[in-house]
Design a protein around this ligand. Structure first.
Ligand code: BG6
Length: 513
């Protein structure tokens, strides 16, 4: 029995709706890197969950591409296992059988022209058997060095466009490893695909609570009047993780926390939090506003980096009751590695709305717990009328948006403690996503894959946006790369991060994890 059975009233709650059923043109989805981790853990399960919700087009044809020699049947088994293991829902056999019935596998090396000839044949055959050209999505779930290779070969073999259907390409992060390489990569992709065909994924934008940030700001008259330097004292954005780097040393050693989480996810949160209201929730209007605010963040000079950025690595410690080794002892990590697993930054936005307001960002692996939150602290009241010790409880209001693991918004208010005296204490006014909407949030990838099928790029990163993001990060990377001497601060695994990060806060404190 479900909560809905117990309380029939909630059935009519207009807020409780599933995914929209929009007419979508039948589509072929080609996954490059189909046997990889992302495809198995996220993409195939997300496509299954869309099928389960009835959110997919009438015909959806899946083609996996990878180097290994597999038969269609092998790939079907692999997809079935991945979905069984990683889907947020227990798979329904009929839905799963239907989804995987025509699944195909094309094997080959990404730089081999023959692969694209075979792929072209398979796609052409699908169009003929269905009697109408299918829209095509090429999902590049591969290492980034293959993006130009694959888009170039798709272009050379004429698979990059069609007169009768939409052709789209999806690219995963990282888009480049600095500004210059991101530009090269953008140019290589845009040599064969128009910007409108390119969907660059930042999975944070697919998270319900990240989109809820826009709802909070722009669907309420309450917050926007105070959303500026006159009322806001400072903002802290935290993306703490308890996990380490797992088996990803090969990637992470070359990336580090700044590239892995700040350049994309955290700066996206900052942009959505601080951009001007877009006139419409439409791809280019929204992205114009994000680019504008990102360009207002002055990149530091090399000399300023030391005062506005702190990097650190996790040492040994205890996380969730289990002993954990230091970063340098992780398999695949150099014993003298200088790759950061923690970053804290202080940024300023040089525009009329935000001048002078510090934005403190921190992220780290192997911290005390998983927590993604935005804490907006307002200025103190201009005059405290309550006298003596009774005034001690008057605290600045805070608006806390928790994105993970709970999805909630809370506003702290000063309230009177019951009794004969005028004593004040903060209390919280809270809204929890799960309780209000009685539904589990879909996975970010479900929303994003559906948006690619719809051709809606609102929640994807535009090429100029990628470059604006790198412009902020580049000088920090450069300053750190230059400094081969100073020791990298260590923080115990399972802690709230290094002491050194306190110095960024201008006498304030980081929020408790
Ligand atoms: C990915 C990073 O983009 O985001 C990972 O590469 C990180 O290192 C992950 O763990 C965090 O995503 P989420 O959705 O778990 O917050």
């Amino acid at each position: 029995m479900t909560a809905l059975d117990l309380n029939p009233e909630v059935v009519v709650n207009p807020l409780v709706t599933g995914l929209e059923r929009l007419p979508l043109r039948s589509t072929a989805v080609v996954i490059f890197g189909a046997m990889g981790d992302l495809a198995s853990r996220k993409l195939l399960p997300a496509i299954y969950n869309l099928a389960h919700e009835g959110g997919l087009p009438e015909r959806i044809e899946l083609i996996g591409v990878s180097r290994g020699k597999l038969s269609n049947e092998d790939f079907r088994e692999h997809a079935r296992e991945s979905i069984g293991r990683f889907s947020r829902r227990h798979p329904d056999q009929d839905v799963l059988d239907g989804l995987l019935a025509n699944l195909q596998y094309v094997s080959g090396s990404f730089d081999d022209d023959q692969l694209y000839a075979r792929l072209g044949e398979a796609l052409g055959e699908l169009d003929r058997s269905i009697g109408t050209p299918l829209n095509r999505i090429f999902y590049l779930s591969t290492a980034p060095e293959f993006f130009p290779v694959i888009t170039g070969r798709l272009g050379a073999s004429g698979l990059n466009s069609s007169d009768d259907a939409e052709v789209r390409v999806v690219i995963e992060k990282p888009i480049g490893y600095d500004l210059a390489s991101a530009r090269v990569q953008n140019e290589a992709v845009l040599a064969y695909f128009d910007e409108a065909q390119v969907f660059r994924i930042d999975h944070y934008l697919g998270k319900e609570t990240v989109q809820n940030l826009m709802a909070l700001r722009f669907a309420n008259a309450l917050f926007e009047p105070v959303w500026n330097r006159n009322f806001i004292d400072n903002v802290q954005i935290t993306a703490a993780e308890d996990i380490g780097i797992g088996t990803r040393a090969g990637y992470y050693e070359g990336a580090g926390a700044l590239r892995d989480l700040v350049q994309n996810h955290m700066l996206q949160l900052l942009a959505l939090l601080t951009m001007e209201p877009p006139t419409a929730f439409e791809a280019n209007r929204l992205r114009d506003e994000k680019v504008k605010v990102l360009e207002a963040i002055a990149p530091p000079t090399l000399e300023q980096v030391e005062e506005m950025a702190v990097r650190a690595q996790y040492g040994p410690g205890v996380v969730s009751g289990a002993e954990s080794v230091s970063y340098r002892e992780e398999p695949g990590v150099a014993p003298d590695s200088r790759t950061e697993t923690y970053v804290a930054l202080r940024l300023f936005i040089n525009n009329w709305r935000w001048a002078g307001v510090p934005f403190y960002l921190r992220t780290g692996k192997r911290m005390a717990r998983k927590l993604t939150e935005i804490a907006v602290t307002l200025r103190p009241v201009p005059h405290i009328a309550f006298q003596g010790p009774d005034s001690a409880g008057v605290q600045p209001n805070q608006i806390i948006l928790t994105l993970q693991p709970d999805e909630a918004v809370s506003v702290s208010l000063g309230a009177k403690v019951p009794g004969t005296k005028m004593r004040i204490r903060p209390v919280n006014m809270e809204y929890h996503y799960g309780t209000s909407f009685l539904s589990e949030s879909p996975e970010a990838y479900e929303r994003l894959i559906l948006d690619v099928m719809r051709g809606d790029a609102t929640l994807f990163t535009r090429n100029d946006e990628v470059e604006a993001l790198w412009r902020i990060i580049d000088p920090i990377l450069a300053a750190w790369a230059q400094d081969r001497e100073s020791s990298i601060p260590q923080y115990p695994a399972g802690s709230a991060g290094p002491q050194e990060a306190e110095m960024l806060l201008d006498g304030r404190s980081w929020r408790r994890l």
